[in-house]
Design a protein around this ligand. Sequence first.
Ligand code: SF4
Length: 100
Amino acid sequence: MEEEMDFPKVIEFQTHNLCNANCIICPYREIHDIKGFMHADLFERILTEVGDRKILLIPYLNNEPFLDPSYCEKLKMIQERCSNCKIEVSTNLSHLDEKT
Ligand code: SF4
């Protein structure tokens, strides 16, 4: 019970830290010297630890999430493995088409 109370109600993480924009409101350009992707094992671990909890997952941060070529696949994995979660995504739309 105590462990459950300590578990976050909201988890925000990014699968990479790339962005193709330069919004004046954003600290992105000042805080990212090293560009890279989250290791698949860490992504797996997040999904496993969240499991069937009813929380909010926000899988982006200071980045454009759809620059990850496997982002749609990752969203599907989150939906399947964390089916009680709400998912929030924000994008600058640059990598979305009608199909996506
Ligand atoms: S698109 Fe998002 S992450 Fe990229 S610079 Fe703009 S606010 Fe920042």
